[in-house]
Design a protein around this ligand. Structure first.
Ligand code: COA
Length: 434
C-alpha cells in the first residue's frame, strides 16, 4: 500500500489510540525532551478506565500528567532515571526505581520491561514515509519493535535528526498529528565554583580529545572553559547548548575522531529551543540507540576518549555516589559507568568525576569519611581516575587508600578539612601533613 494512504488510515485521536491499552499492560513512554504529551494527557484524563497499567519511563522533561496523584492506583510507574517530577513519587512509594545501566535498557525491553504499547514522539513523515525520532533515540526503536501497539505523536516542532532514528509509517498503529513546542532545559550561567571546576577539568583535556559530558551544571561549566582547545569531538549519551556553541566556533569539529569522524554522536539531546533549531536537519549530528552510543566497547574505540560526569558525594576511599543521597534515590546511573569504563579502555582515554566540594549552600561536605548510610555506590573506587572539585584534581587511579584520602582532603572545602583529617588520622594512625 502507498504510505500516504496508510498514513491517512492510521491518523487517529489520542482518545481513540489509548483504547489499545488494556488492564495489566506495560506502556513504554518516550524520553527526556521527546516525551509525548497528548497521549499521556488523554491517559491521565481517563485514568479511572485503567487498572494496574505499568508505565516505564526515564527522565520526562516538563509536566508528567501520569504522575499526578489522581492517577496513582490506576498506573504503576517504574523508572531507572528520576527527575524533578518523579523523585517525590518514588520517595512516597507511588512509583518504583530499578537500577540499570542505560546501555542495557533496549535489551531489557520485551523482557524485564515488558512492552505492550509504545508511546513516542517523532517528526511528521518525509517524502518516503519515514518519521525521525528527533531529539531522543535511546530505547525508542527497541520499544517500537517489541510493542503490540505503536502510538506516535507526529509533532511539527520535533527537529529532524539523522542516522539510526527513522521509523516508517508502516511500523506505526496510531498516528496522532500535533504541534507543540518541546520542553526546554536552560543552562544557568556557571557560578564561580562551577567555573573553577570547569577550568580544572579543562586542564586535563588534550587537543583532539573526544568528549562525553554528563548531566547537570558541571558539564556546561566545563564546556565554557574549552575556548582555547582544538579539534575536539563528541561521543556522548546526551548533549546540550554548550556543545552547539563549540560546534559553531569550530572547536568541536570531530576531525580527530577515530569513529564517526566529523560527526557529533549522541543518543539524546536536551536544551533550549535554539538548540533544537540548530540540530534540525543538521547532518553533522548523528543519533543512535543507547545500546550503541553507550556500549563501553564502542566508546573505547575513540582515541583520547574523555568522560566528564558529576556526582553527589564521594568517600575517602574514592567510592562515588552519583544517584542517591542516603536512602533517597535522586537520579540514576544513566551512562556514567558506561563512559567511565569505555574511556578507561580507550587509547589515551581518561575519565573525570567532577563536583563542587560542598552541597546545600555550603553546609555539607561532599567529600565524606563514609558515604551517607543507604547510598548506592555508582562508580566504584576501582573505576575512578580523576576526582575534581573547585580546589583541584585528585588522581585516584593507582593510588593507595592512604594517598587517596590525602589527595581527597586536599581538594575538600577548607571548612571541612579538619573533620576529614580527624578521620584520616584515626584510620591511618598517623599525622596528616599537607
Ligand atoms: N548531601 C545532601 N544534599 C546534596 C548532596 C549531598 N551529598 N549533594 C547534592 N545535594 C543537593 C544539592 O544541594 C542540590 O540541592 P538543591 O536542588 O536544593 O540545590 C541537589 O542535591 C542536586 O545537586 P546538584 O549537584 O546541583 O545536582 P546536578 O543537577 O548538578 O546533578 C547529579 C548532579 C550527580 C545528580 C547528576 O549529574 C547525575 O544524575 N549523575 C548520574 C548520572 C550520570 O552521570 N549520567 C551521565 C551520562 S548523561
Amino acid at each position: 500500500m502507498n504510505w500516504k494512504a496508510e498514513y491517512k488510515r492510521k491518523v487517529s485521536r489520542a482518545e481513540q489510540a489509548i483504547k489499545d491499552i488494556h488492564d495489566g499492560d506495560c506502556v513504554v513512554l518516550g524520553h527526556a525532551a521527546a516525551v509525548p504529551k497528548v497521549v499521556p494527557q488523554a491517559m491521565a484524563n481517563h485514568c479511572e478506565d485503567y487498572n494496574d497499567v505499568l508505565i516505564f519511563h526515564m527522565t520526562t522533561l516538563g509536566d508528567n500528567p501520569l504522575l499526578h496523584p489522581r492517577c496513582f492506583g490506576h498506573f504503576r510507574h517504574v523508572s531507572n532515571f528520576l527527575s524533578g517530577n518523579s523523585r517525590d513519587a518514588v520517595s512516597h512509594l507511588n512509583a518504583d526505581f530499578f537500577p540499570a545501566y542505560f546501555h542495557d535498557v533496549p535489551e531489557m525491553i520485551g523482557d524485564e520491561i515488558p512492552c505492550d504499547v509504545a508511546v513516542f514522539q517523532a517528526t511528521p513523515p518525509n517524502e518516503e514515509g519515514y518519521c525521525s525520532l528527533g531529539v531522543s533515540c535511546d530505547y525508542a526503536l527497541a520499544a517500537i519493535r517489541r510493542a503490540r501497539s505503536v502510538i506516535i505523536e507526529t509533532n511539527e516542532f520535533m527537529p529532524f535528526t539523522y542516522s539510526n532514528t527513522m521509523i516508517h509509517v508502516s511500523q506505526i498503529d496510531h498516528i496522532i498529528p500535533c504541534a507543540y513546542h518541546l520542553p526546554e532545559l536552560h543552562s544557568e550561567t556557571p557560578t564561580e565554583v562551577e567555573q573553577a571546576i570547569g577550568r580544572n577539568c579543562a586542564s586535563l583535556i588534550a587537543d583532539g580529545s573526544t568528549l562525553q559530558l554528563g548531566i547537570g551544571a558541571i558539564p556546561n561549566a566545563v564546556l565554557s572553559e574549552l575556548g582555547d582547545k582544538n579539534d575536539l569531538g563528541i561521543h556522548s549519551e546526551m548533549f546540550s547548548d554548550g556543545v552547539a556553541a563549540l560546534m559553531r566556533k569550530g572547536i568541536v569539529n570531530g576531525s580527530r575522531k577515530t569513529l564517526h569522524k566529523g560527526k557529533v554522536v549522541a543518543t539524546f539531546i536536551m536544551g533550549s529551543r535554539e538548540l533544537y533549531d540548530f540540530v534540525d536537519g543538521n547532518e553533522n549530528i548523528e543519533l543512535y540507540p543507547v545500546d550503541y552510543t553507550n556500549d563501553p566497547v564502542i566508546i573505547a574505540r575513540q582515541y583520547r576518549m574523555t568522560s566528564i560526569n558529576s556526582c553527589l558525594e564521594v568517600d575517602l576511599m574514592g567510592q562515588v555516589a552519583s544517584e542517591t543521597i542516603g536512602m533517597r534515590q535522586y537520579s540514576g546511573i544513566g551512562g556514567q559507568i558506561d563512559f567511565v569504563r569505555g574511556a578507561s579502555m580507550a587509547r589515551e582515554g581518561i575519565s573525570i568525576i567532577a563536583m563542587p566540594s560542598t552541597a546545600a549552600g555550603g553546609t555539607i561536605s561532599r567529600i565524606k569519611p563514609f558515604l551517607t548510610p543507604g547510598s548506592a555506590v555508582s562508580t566504584t573506587r576501582n573505576d575512578v581516575k580523576y576526582l575534581v572539585t573547585e580546589y583541584g584534581i585528585a588522581r585516584l587511579k593507582g593510588r593507595t587508600l592512604q594517598h587517596r584520602a590525602e589527595d581527597l582532603i586536599r581538594i575538600a572545602h577548607p571548612s571541612f578539612r579538619p573533620m576529614l583529617i580527624e578521620e584520616y588520622e584515626r584510620r591511618f594512625a598517623t599525622h596528616y601533613t599537607l
